[in-house]
Ligand binder design. Sequence first.
Ligand code: AGP
Length: 607
Amino acid sequence: MCGIVGYIGDKDVSSVVLVGLEKLEYRGYDSAGIAAINDGKLFLKKRVGRLSNLYSLVNGQPINGHIAIGHTRWATHGQPTENNAHPHTDCKGRIAVAHNGIIENFQELKEELEARGHHFISETDSEVIPHLIEEYYDGDLVEAVRKAISRLKGSFALAIFSTLEPDVLIGVRKDSPLIVGVGDGEMLLASDIPAIVSHTHKVIILDNGEIAVLRKDGFEIMDFQGRRREKAVTIVEWDSRDVELEGYPHYMLKEIYEQPEVIEKNLKMYLRNNEFLLLKDTNLRRLLLTKRSILIQACGTSKHAGMVGKYLLERFARLSTRVEFASEFRYMQPVVQPDTLIVAISQSGETADTLAGVRMAREMGLEVLSIVNVRDSSIARESDYVIYTNAGPEIGVASTKAYTAQVLILTLLALELGVLRGIITPEESKHLINELIKLPGKVRQVLDMDAEIEHLAARYQSYNDFMFLGRGINYPTALEGALKLKEISYVHANGYAAGEMKHGPIALIDKNMPVVFVNPKTSVFDKSVSNMKEVEARGGKIIAIATRGDSITPQIATEVFYVPEIDETLVPIVSIVPLQLLAYHIAVMRGCDVDKPRNLAKSVTVE
Ligand code: AGP
């Protein structure tokens, strides 16, 4: 969950690295550091806290060199202190390493190295790496790196350089993402594409067990045994605008507002002339038509998308669908029939628990379809099939456009399977396609009411406890709305199935805990109204998400936010948008760092 950037070339190396780290700060921001070779000597600066602290330290200090590495940290071993910040160096300050991942056997290695006279200054696992390389260095840096990493157990993406061989930048990848940017007279290393895209669109995605040896004018890729590997250079579609704020105060708000165009882009790709095209790959279509059940495994927001998918796959495709937290799935000795398709949902495609679930499923001989946003990510590459959500880079830690894109893909999947299995009639299919075509406009209508939501947020931003309730297909929306609020405003917010409230949570109801009730027009509307009345009868303040024209809800709720009417199938996409905006505005009003909330990171690549 840390961010790594490396550069070798003729630009201002500290600027390339620091600006690159800025684009990766969503991966972790406990501390930051940069190492470079300046007039033949190692230049090393680190600061606790945000990257801005490091900027002020480095600015104005010219670095007369052509190589640098940088790191922004999400602490795993050791407090966020300057000593624990990366990059770490060897005893003599001639080798620098930035690391993302966890070295599981670092304690024994540290003891072995200390016994051989090495001196450590940090509490981190990562610091053993430069000392191991120092131990093995015998005039060949690549060879020393190969020997050092052969001793490591765990996950590691590394950026390495040494004053001993100042013309080579080395990248290593095992279980944590690392990509190479192929420039013109320059090369880059980074944890993710946003750090690279303003310098080059030519990218090499390193696979597990690969080492990249980069020089200004070329690169060599090899495996951990030193055997050369031929790798394709791919062209990334993103451009630098995708990773800029473009006038928005926060990436999260920009990404909330990008949702209509993301929906339009996916409809253009997967829907044409009244025909679903998601399963145009005949192998994937055949796979799905032979499966009798689906098991979805994911984390956080992606798991909530999977829960919406369950309702739709069971309703339209009549496929028994189970949804599990990936962090539970991977340890539960699951009983899964061979005719079950495993579906992994992940924005980043790097979430450790979800990736582990994919690997376990494949070891069990099960087939895996992944629904992923980041192209060529680990989960995408290790699945049998992948459907991309095409949401573009999602920089805000709180997932918004990726979530609605995930739900849209699952909706299209359920509908296409329903048609292929003859469960949805041609008339129903035509109606639902018409509703899908209206979807971007419906979301725009909600966005046009942002000011109304901001006023609502102002009235409730001082409350410290919220309950979110929803029934049926609105239940995952309630969970997702609660997660959005808690993760960026640090407000205690819990989501429950509305029908579950009577079995305990109703004891919590009082005037100090607003209840957000997700109850747009669906087949469970009336039932939910009864739940709403139970809350009102106990003095609860209700903030209801209702459908325009609903005259019942305003008689019960304290506040009502109306969303435009749309077929129940698509309600989860429209009704999450006001909750995303509510969470955003409350967090801003509470002075929280919306894009980089405390303790969180965008991509949880450690267990
Ligand atoms: C979403 O707002 C959260 N930041 C988090 O729950 C996230 O959804 C989860 O970590 C899964 O990430 P993934 O989709 O990249 O796998």
